[in-house]
Design a binder for this molecule. Structure first.
Ligand code: UT7
Length: 317
């Protein structure tokens, strides 16, 4: 049987990084480092340079994923890119990344599932690899979120940042059902009734933070339970939690639910803020680069975002 194995991870952050105080001063915000860090865990965020596109950031993340997999762009036959901040409605940001990487074969397309985008993209790519529609895929989350923030709304503009992350998935023949390497399963959900609590309206992000928070804790918990159950696994089997990075309080709650010590939960929200679809692959890149996550480790990913969309994925590295 065929499994999608994570062959390499990569991440890219724009050069410019602003602390909470620097952001407040630059945009004349009525806020404080204390409020932002206590409520969210966020201390800094990166901001794309003028003219730096979502595709530029996505391509940079892909280059690292390919290099770390020891792969050449010529082996990639799909690019599936999740973003809420595409450079244009079309061509898709994925095809722009394809062009930047010099890839001439295969296909590429974008996925729209807001902050859950990477889990959705992983699910689609894994399904396509398992059915033989492609042999390898770059799965990317890339966002220039600071371009859609309302700088007069302190309740949202302090929360987000820019960046991109990517993984290279490779079709790998495994002996049988019992062989659990690669993506074990993905679990995708949405409920459009709650679309208005986190949306882009008139080109800018609007969020009813408390409402989203309330949904986050219960929906993430049920997606995580679903993923473990589908694989006959127990929470004690999970070695790493790599959650979407929206709020340290939500991340801590999920870590506690799984009974994981804090050092087994990958956290980047302090340095990156919420990078939407990019946050999970950026966190994966962080924790594989420094050797925390290694071969054989069982990694649980989960996210919730606008739609509402939410989901979870389990992967053995
Ligand atoms: O990535 C997609 C998923 N997104 C999420 O998971 C986000 C989930 N939500 C959250 O993380 C939290 O709800 C927030 C961090 C967004 C907000 O925290 P909160 O504890 O829910 O605060 P709140 O929005 O209820 O606001 C509390 C107070 C308000 O003042 P009053 O009405 O109590 O006087 C706000 O006006 O804090 C005020 N406030 C601020 N004060 C200083 C809101 N934003 C700020 C700010 N600085 N930046």
């Amino acid at each position: 049987m065929i499994r999608s194995v994570i062959a390499g991870t990569g991440g890219y952050l724009p050069a410019r990084s602003l602390s909470n105080d620097e952001l407040a001063a630059e945009y004349n915000l009525d806020t404080s480092d204390a409020w932002i860090s206590e409520r969210t865990g966020i201390r800094r965020r990166h901001m794309a340079a003028p003219g730096e596109t979502t595709a530029d950031m996505g391509a940079a993340a892909c280059r690292e994923a390919l290099a770390r997999a020891g792969a050449d762009a010529s082996e990639v036959d799909a690019i599936i890119l999740a973003t809420a901040t595409p450079d244009s409605a079309f061509p898709s940001t994925a095809t722009r990344v394809q062009e930047k990487l010099g890839i001439r074969q295969g296909f590429s397309f974008d996925i729209s599932a807001a902050c859950t985008g990477f889990i959705y993209a992983l699910g689609v790519a894994d399904s396509m690899i398992r059915t033989g529609a492609c042999r390898s895929a770059l799965v990317v989350g890339a966002e220039a979120f600071t371009r859609i923030l309302d700088w007069s709304d302190r309740g949202t503009c302090v929360l987000f940042g820019d960046g991109a992350g990517a993984v290279l998935l490779r079709a790998t023949e495994v002996a049988g059902e019992g062989t659990d390497s690669g993506i074990l399963s993905t679990h995708l959900h949405s409920d459009g009734r709650h679309g208005d609590i986190l949306q882009v309206e008139g080109g800018l992000v609007r969020m009813a933070g408390r409402e989203v928070f309330r949904h986050a804790v219960s929906k993430l918990a049920s997606a995580v339970d679903e993923a473990l159950k589908a694989n006959g696994l127990d929470q004690t089997d999970v070695q790493w939690l790599v959650p979407h990075q929206a709020n340290a309080r939500i991340i801590d709650a999920m870590g506690r639910k799984l009974g994981l010590p804090p050092e087994r939960v990958v956290v980047t929200v302090d340095r990156h803020a919420n990078t939407s679809a990019a946050s999970i692959p950026l966190a994966l890149a962080d924790a594989t680069r420094d050797g925390r996550i290694g071969a054989g480790d069982l990694v649980l990913m989960e996210a919730i975002g606008g739609g509402l969309t939410w989901g979870a994925a389990l992967a053995r590295f």
